[in-house]
Design a protein around this ligand. Structure first.
Ligand SMILES: Cc1cc2nc3c(=O)[nH]c(=O)nc-3n(C[C@H](O)[C@H](O)[C@H](O)COP(=O)(O)O)c2cc1C
Length: 279
């Protein structure tokens, strides 16, 4: 048991950490697996020691057990342990130090290239390849697979953080990793044991009433629910010395101005150049 992985909590404790005591949903059936799921938190400081032999294979088996659209399996993953490559990838991602620290950095790909090669080997044109829908399927597949790996990692005492900043510069990332046309890193994932002193806590989420609608979209109390959540996030931010203290400020900071996209505003033309016409 440590600050990041406090062991298996009860249902009540798990829900309280996730939502705050005033918004605990009336959750029903429960087991330890759910407590692990609810205790997720991103970790941004790692020990450099590698996890035990076979850990990667365990995580990938979990990832491959995720559902995949039509069993097309249009994702791949590249494990990056080479310090030079990790440093180069970190540089592309605003120098996020945890990329270099973590013993295992996983680059998750939306990968249509394997099935494209299948078509070429079988002398068949796969007409659906250039469509946006096909890219979306690959990106969704990659995300579902990665999240299964995250859950598996947390279940065996490891921590993770996704790195969406890998999309700041997908062409360079692709060059570093030797990607063929039709493959792109959709995000990275740091995996490892938290460094001593890393005391992340579960980050509260919006109350269920703000995101679950019954039969018809919407909740007339949305603005009040947001204000109440802002107060929780302000308290969380204060404990973690984060600058944008409320959720409202965070959303505006991240979505208000184009420079916050860190180059991702050009993603469509970049994807076009990488072999995704997105028709
Ligand atoms: C697709 C994706 C990309 C992300 N990219 C980054 C990133 O580049 N750097 C980072 O520090 N955290 C990144 N995160 C982590 C989120 O900031 C984090 O999940 C969110 O703040 C909620 O916190 P929690 O994971 O601790 O619950 C990313 C998360 C997702 C799902």
């Amino acid at each position: 048991m440590d600050a990041v992985n406090p062991g298996i909590l009860s249902k009540e404790e798990s829900l309280s950490l996730r939502y705050g005591d005033d918004s605990i949903p009336a959750a029903g059936p429960w087991n330890d697996h759910l407590s692990v799921l609810l205790s997720h938190r991103s970790v941004r400081g790692y020990r450099t020691d590698a996890p035990p032999a076979g850990t990667l294979e365990t995580l990938i088996a979990a990832a491959q057990s995720a559902a995949t659209s039509s069993n097309l399996q249009t994702w791949s993953v590249i494990t990056v342990t080479d310090p030079d490559k990790k440093a180069a990838l970190a540089k592309l991602a605003n120098n996020q130090k945890h990329i270099e620290q973590c013993p295992l950095f996983l680059c998750w790909l939306a990968d249509l290239s394997r099935n494209q090669r299948l078509g070429e080997q079988e002398d068949v044109t796969l007409e659906t390849m250039p469509y946006f829908e096909t890219f979306l399927v690959a990106a969704i597949d990659a995300a579902l697979a990665a999240q299964n790996a995250v859950t598996a990692a947390e279940a065996i005492g490891l921590s993770t953080v996704y790195i969406g900043a890998m999309r700041n510069n997908p062409i360079e990332a692709g060059q570093i990793l030797g990607l063929p046309p039709g493959a792109v890193v959709v995000f990275g994932l740091c995996v490892g044991y938290p460094a001593p002193g890393v005391t992340n806590e579960v980050k509260p989420r919006l109350p269920q009433d703000a995101i679950v609608y019954h039969n018809t979209y919407g909740n007339p109390n949305e603005a009040q629910l947001r204000k109440a959540y802002d107060a929780k996030m302000a308290a969380f931010s204060q404990r973690h010395e984060m600058s944008q203290d409320t959720w409202t400020k965070r959303v505006i900071g991240r979505m208000g101005k184009i420079p916050a996209m860190s180059g991702r505003d050009k993603l469509v033309s970049i994807l076009n150049a990488m072999g995704f016409p997105l028709k």
